[in-house]
Write a protein that binds this ligand. Structure first.
Ligand code: HEM
Length: 153
């Protein structure tokens, strides 16, 4: 015991347990575990495509608001984005991705449904329609948070 301590130190914490030498195969396994799965990469790719679609949709709304076009491009792309967003929770579920990511994916799809319903509601009460752009911003933030690979996938 005495021979493991330096002559200057007699504190018990000076004795460090010997670290096992890592074999080459265990470090390869560790690296493989850290790599994102195919489902995680697909989920990220879909989130990126969806983010692009949401940006385009906001641009189409801008074109219509400033009189460059009608709302037709926005009305055509809208249902495609809403339907496309269903891919996120399906990939998260089938690929057994992280639970938080899974829940956020369902949240995106739920808010997309709300996005369409807000327009229906605006026909009853215009104030409801005012939440449509606000919800779009929330959606953009949520989708952007999923558009990059993170170590928790
Ligand atoms: C995530 C982004 C968005 C999605 C998925 C979306 C989706 C939709 C959908 C499905 C409709 C109904 C189209 C129809 O009449 O059948 C709609 C209408 C509309 N959206 Fe959006 N929207 C988004 C963002 C925005 C933003 C940012 C604005 C405004 C700044 C906006 C303004 C409008 C307006 C004014 C209408 C009614 C158009 C009309 O009366 O024909 N939208 N949107």
């Amino acid at each position: 015991m005495q021979t493991l301590m330096s002559p200057m130190s007699s504190a018990p914490e000076a004795i460090q347990p010997v670290q096992p030498i890592q074999s080459a195969s265990s470090s390869v396994i560790q690296r493989a575990v850290a790599l994102p799965t195919r489902a995680a990469r697909t989920h990220t790719a879909v989130a990126r495509a969806l983010l692009g679609g949401v940006m385009l949709q906001i641009f189409f709304a801008g074109l219509a608001i400033f009189g460059v076009s009608s709302f037709l491009p926005h009305a055509i792309l809208g249902p495609l984005i809403i339907l496309g967003s269903l891919a996120l929770p399906i990939i998260a579920w089938r690929g057994r991705l992280d639970a938080a990511l899974h829940h956020r994916s369902w949240l995106v799809f739920g808010l997309m449904i709300v996005q369409g319903l807000l327009i229906d509601g605006s026909r009853l009460m215009p104030l409801i329609g005012a939440f449509h752009p606000l919800n779009a911003m929330l959606l953009a933030l949520l989708v952007a948070s999923m558009a990059r690979l993170t170590p928790d996938r």
